[in-house]
Write a protein that binds this ligand. Structure first.
Ligand SMILES: Cc1ncc(C[n+]2csc(CCOP(=O)(O)OP(=O)(O)O)c2C)c(N)n1
Ligand SMILES: CC(=O)[C@@H](O)[C@H](O)COP(=O)(O)O
Ligand SMILES: [Mg+2]
Length: 631
């Protein structure tokens, strides 16, 4: 590792106490350099982490993670925390297969007091620990560090509401306000935070303003300045929203001054009741490309440290997200009832162009998946055609709204489910592997998965014109196949026969259709002639093709980038049993456990989901004693 002036002398948080103010500043620089270096190689959430280097140092000087609980909301900003809590060396393995996680994990370190990955859970977690400590008469503070973006989610206010009611002491919420979510933050709460900040700016500049007005306009200028002051003071008292919820509001504090932060933290430690400290930081602080362009540097793939330009392999095809967003723009041009909704994932969901082309029909609702789903249902009720885009993993937050507000009421909403399947380095909190199972359990939802670019377009076209509740799931990464101009309607519940063989039939979903074709080619070398079917509708299934396949093929193989529990393979198995078929069924998918983090192909290798592995498994399966293949 390169020579660091101070970081080399700091083993962990215990060594922070003896450092001088000057050394602390140098340490912050060292940590920034280290974060930039590692994320330039491994990728990761560089912007959020660079924004809280000083805050992390101040927290670890004012508190002791051996007894105090520091809970980072989402945990994507906790790289400094990891470096200073015993993972300085391991930090080089960040987000890599077999390396440390990009989020906090209670199994990774005793100092990771509570895991996350999904937002807005930190206040609830800190409060739970607070109550437990008080009941068990255990020492220590509980501190939640939550971003301004995460503060736009309902659960954050559920936690605040409960904390204000219980009125615990030694309970501190630190609002890390960098005015950014992934995109610029949205919502009234964001405007409110900005008022506090601008009011601060006004407070600081009011004296200057008065002097200037007086100098230029004499007495009348002074009078005008007094009027202005009356108005501004009447505007609001900072933090009143939190004060009304029972918190003592302390802010705003410069989040890049270790001295100010430490002083404030040591003061609030002596205060009674729940405290909210409002800290102002800059996302990407200390790395120019990230400061100037915080959104792409929120979470980035490996990049050139000097220029900040991602070192991406040149890929001429778009991501599935971009392909979705482009198709939606084309459809929205011709149908003004189409509206797009995202819970704070505009860029990641490929909706930037849509938001620029149709600003009145684009809604970033903040980190509010539950609201997004019900909001979509109501838009539909009034005659709009809502397309609500969710990462599969974040859709889990809105499960009840999908059941209660969309499905029971039969309100046609298109659920564009992005990042469906194994997503890679973000790991278990982000793999989108449960959506097939949880949507299959809800009646009246069409569940589909395109095999390639054009099918994504055609499914979206079919969905927006279907008048049904229509889910389309697609993976993270580059789209497969090509697109044609325009769209064609796909008969709902129709599968597509890719190849005609005998005895062995593979029913594949989404990105696994291409893999099924690879497996077919591998098995051909052993004399097997395999049927491959694109099961693009997980529900309703194509019963005609399914019956015919079950009647003419002994061995049925299913492939899906989703949990086997209640997945597509289960649906086929249920059908076989319910209809007294006697076929042999082999299901490929995600087993009944959480999957770690790392490159997707490495995770799939561990799951036996690579083409060669599946071909071997199929050969073994059909050679079992109790079944004989008719060659
Ligand atoms: C439930 C949920 N929805 C969406 C996300 C995706 N996400 C990750 S970080 C982020 C923005 C968080 O903003 P903020 O809390 O202000 O933290 P910052 O990145 O600014 O430090 C979002 C939307 C998530 N992690 N969890
Ligand atoms: C921390 C978080 O939840 C998001 O930043 C997420 O990591 C984005 O995932 P993608 O990189 O797949 O858009
Ligand atoms: Mg923020």
């Amino acid at each position: 590792m390169k020579e660091f002036r101070v970081l080399d002398r700091v083993e962990d948080f215990r060594d922070l106490k003896d450092l001088s103010e000057e050394e602390l500043k140098l340490l912050a620089q060292d940590i920034r350099e280290y974060i930039i270096d590692v994320t330039s190689k491994n990728g990761g959430h560089i912007g959020p982490s660079l924004g809280v280097v000083e805050l992390t140092i101040a927290l670890l000087r004012a508190f002791n993670p051996e007894v105090d609980r520091i809970i980072w909301d989402i945990g994507h900003q906790a790289y400094s925390y990891k470096i200073l809590t015993g993972r300085k060396e391991q930090f080089k393995t960040l987000r890599q297969y077999g390396g440390i996680s990009g989020f906090l994990k209670i199994k990774e370190s005793p100092y990771d007091h509570f895991g996350a990955g999904h937002s807005s859970t930190s206040i609830s977690a800190a409060l739970g620990m607070r109550v437990a400590k008080d009941l068990l008469k255990k020492e220590g503070y509980t501190i939640a560090v939550i971003g301004d973006g995460a503060m736009t989610a309902g659960q954050a206010f559920e936690g605040l509401n409960h904390a204000g009611w219980l009125d615990p002491s030694k309970f501190i919420v630190i609002l890390n306000d960098n005015q950014m979510s992934i995109s610029p933050n949205v919502g009234a709460i964001y405007t409110y935070f900005n008022k506090i900040i601008t009011n601060e700016v006004y407070q600081r500049s009011r004296q200057k303003l008065k002097d200037v007005l007086k100098k230029v306009f004499g007495e009348s200028g002074a009078k005008f300045a007094r009027k202005l002051e009356e108005y501004a003071k009447g505007l609001f008292t900072p933090g009143v929203i939190f004060e009304e919820l029972g918190f003592t509001y302390v802010g705003t504090i410069d989040g890049h001054s270790i001295t100010d932060l430490e002083q404030t933290l040591n003061n609030v430690k002596k205060m009674r009741g729940p405290i909210l400290v409002h800290v102002i930081t800059q996302k990407g602080k200390g790395y120019k490309p990230a400061e100037e362009n915080p959104t792409p540097f929120h979470g980035i793939s490996p990049f050139d440290k000097i220029t900040g330009v991602p070192i991406k392999k040149s890929v001429e095809k778009p991501s599935w997200s971009k392909a979705f967003g482009e198709a939606l723009v084309e459809l929205a041009e011709k149908d003004e009832k189409i509206v797009a909704i995202t819970p704070a994932m505009r860029e990641g969901s490929g909706l930037t162009e849509f938001s620029e082309r149709f600003p009145d029909r684009f809604f970033d609702v903040g980190i509010a998946e539950q609201h997004a789903a019900t909001f979509a249902a109501a838009l539909s009720k009034e005659g709009m055609k809502p397309v609500a885009s969710f990462y599969s993993t974040f859709l889990q937050r809105a499960y009840d709204q999908v059941v209660h507000d969309i499905a029971i009421q039969g309100l046609p909403v298109v659920l564009a489910i992005d990042r469906a399947g194994i997503v890679g380095e973000d790991g278990p909190t982000h793999h989108g592997v449960f959506d097939i199972s949880f949507l299959r359990s809800v009646p009246d939802i069409v569940i589909s998965a395109p095999k390639d670019w054009q099918e994504l377009r055609d499914l979206l076209y079919t969905a927006v014109n279907s008048g049904k509740i229509f889910a389309i799931r697609y993976p993270r990464g580059t789209v497969t196949g090509d697109k044609k101009e325009g769209f064609s309607e796909i008969k709902i519940g129709s599968w597509e026969k890719i190849s005609e063989g005998r005895d062995i039939a593979i029913l594949a979903v989404g990105k696994y259709v291409q893999r099924a074709v690879q497996v077919k080619e591998l098995l051909k070398k052993y004399g097997y002639n395999v049927t491959v079917i694109n099961a693009r509708f997980i529900r309703p299934m194509d019963i005609e093709i399914l019956d015919e396949t079950l009647r003419t093929h002994k061995y049925i193989i299913t492939m899906e980038d989703g949990s086997l529990n209640g997945g597509f393979g289960s649906a086929v198995g249920e059908y076989i049993l319910d209809n007294s078929y006697t076929n042999a069924l082999l299901r490929f998918g995600i087993p009944d456990r959480f999957i770690g983090h790392g490159k997707i192909e490495l995770l799939e290798r561990d799951l036996g989901l690579l083409p060669e592995q599946m071909a071997e498994k199929i050969k073994e399966f059909i050679s079992q004693e109790n079944y004989k293949v008719v060659g």
